[in-house]
Design a protein around this ligand. Sequence first.
Ligand code: M6R
Length: 596
Amino acid sequence: MCGIIGYVGRNNCMPIIFDMLKRLEYRGYDSAGISVISDSNLYLMKDKGTVDALRSVVEFVDCSIGIGHTRWATCGAPLKHNAHPFLDCKKELALAHNGIIENYRELKDGLMREGHVFSSETDSEVIVHLIEKYYTGSNLIEAVRTALGQVRGSYAIVVLDRRNKKIVGARHESPLVLGIGKNEIFLSSDIPGFLRHTNKVVYLNDNEMVEISHGGYSVYDFSGHTLQKEVKEIQWTIEDAEKGGFEHYMLKEIYEIPRAVQDTLRSRVDASILEIDFNDFERILLIGCGTSYHAALYGKYLFENLLKVPTHAEISSEVRNSTLAMSDTLAFFITQSGETADTLAAARNLRRLGATTCAITNVVGSSITRETDAVFYTHAGPEISVAATKTFVSQITALYMLAASVGEVRGEISASVKTDLRNALRVLPSELQKVLDNAEPVKNVSRELAKYENAFYIGRGYNYPIALEGALKLKEISYIHAEGYPAGELKHGPLALLCEKVPVVAIATYDELYPKMIGNIAEVKARNSPVILFSTENHPEANELADFVVEIPENHQIITPAITVTALQLMAYYVAKERNCPIDKPRNLAKSVTVE
Ligand code: M6R
């Protein structure tokens, strides 16, 4: 996720352009850049680092039109030459992009053969060269449309044309909105970009384009037809708008899950990157801390099930001092931030012991990427709230993609399993959306759970890590003491704590362990604990044992945990809200734990 902006209007507009970018920094902040036209010259200023850092070193020129970008790297490390905007070879056009171009390698190869020279490792740069290829100098909108016809993926773009002093914007599965001011027009990934200047907005839909210049704006569809768009007035404050109208970043990020999953799926996490023989390994280790450890544990069930290789999930701080020889081991280090000190130390140690090491991280260019032999990115976009939400769902999606691709290489996954899983993944974003669109049952049970001071979360198999993650989410933001347990383990101790004051959140989505879960829920009920049941639609057998039920859409048993955990995150959020907790910044915690 990145922030893009376009502006045309007043003289001396560089301060406005920087202010707009600053407002979008929540979408990415590892590099920034702007391009403006002054005295018919095209200026490009960009660097790694924040918008403020760039602003403090550039020379301000007088201009009234320009574009800008604040980046969250997905393809190409966060370095100056990978920062947007990018110029075409003739330096007549500048482009900023938000999204992922899936077929950029083949497009780039073709363009290079035709003589185009590239300056970055990004996917985005191909777009400006493609536009250059089709642009004769008079009809930019047509050239952009032709170029985008060849692009596969998601994008919102802004293209600045030096000769004609205009900007063309276009969107497909990435946001772009138009702001209409008095004698000025704004383009932005999100409304906060221009809300200080105007509250008049034109929402662009997917596959729509806009041309803005000092003469006004026109909107078109991708077939070239002119569209009449309604100008809407929004009533939010800037503060509301930065969170996209959500009260907290955590809630906003939960609602970004369907998009994050789509981006992870698009990124094609693929085992071929590793260039190793998977039959060489005797075992796989999955390592992380906190939420990332829970993703590792989910991965253990997944890898053993799909790959038939002994797989262990380990907590980083526990394996960092291991002394076992590991030349037979493939080790994955899962870390959203890529900066967690314990995970970095574990990666260093296991590499020293001979393991082949791979990182699964959300932050391009983070420290873990320098400590491992290979890197997979989750592409969930920046996460601001301390509680990890969308990044966990992206981690388990990436793990699934890895397992499926290694399984294919090893010949462990049958064609029918592959088809089932592919179909399951295809509907995952819409099922996640369904949970988010119908949050009332979750809100109702949250009001109940908020009354207690202790809770247990139970699950079996794939749902055991989901129980752990649900409990972690609840305790970290609502301060209710919560424990995640394998459901079969209750009778070995914790049952002693169960009573009417200790509710149990039971995750009993439908799989082969479902009958056993029903038995465990009956055990709980016999101790008078209130039961909050997360079950799957079409399988209400356990519902009558529960005091409260949240039904979630049923998918393949490997994929359903992504949906269940989204509902659990939402429940933790509403419990914390009910208890008036500082949700985005829980006490004693930090987003990135760089101490040991
Ligand atoms: O950045 P990492 O994934 O390495 O962070 C690991 C944990 O600190 C993190 O997952 C933590 O548990 C979350 N804030 C929990 O929501």
